[in-house]
Design a protein around this ligand. Sequence first.
Ligand code: NI
Length: 170
Amino acid sequence: MAKLPILEFPDERLRTKAVAVETVDDEVRQLVDDMLETMYDAQGIGLAATQVDVHRRVIVMDVSDDRSTPLVLVNPTYTPIGDEREPMQEGCLSIPEYYAEVPRALKVRLQALGRDGRPYELEAEGLLAHCIQHECDHLEGVLFVDYLSPLKRDRVMKKMQKRHKMGQPA
Ligand code: NI
């Protein structure tokens, strides 16, 4: 396994739309394992391949308290269940040290392939539902700051540019 460098906002590569995985082969499994190591090391709850500059539809997550329940999503799609939306505070490994409330569907039904290439479905609610929507956005080149007002987004942009100028890891 290997830790991968994470792209940081406003890096334009985060805007790339990811392509579907054709076969879950050893290369994809290696990517999944490297992404899990990277996510756990960075203490994140989700990571999309886009964030490590691999533009394929692969996501890893773990929203469990004891970090013991990795979830692998290859070619994920989801549909909201019902019309209920709720705001929840979000952060992103590509936008360190910034958090903001984003309203999203409270419940979703997810369809994806697992690390073994088999299709599965699950219903998610609350934190997991938010995480699925946030990570799937990454595969479309969308970031949670896109949902904020232009003024707030501009403030985040300046904060990140300052951070990068100070020579912190990009
Ligand atoms: Ni993110």
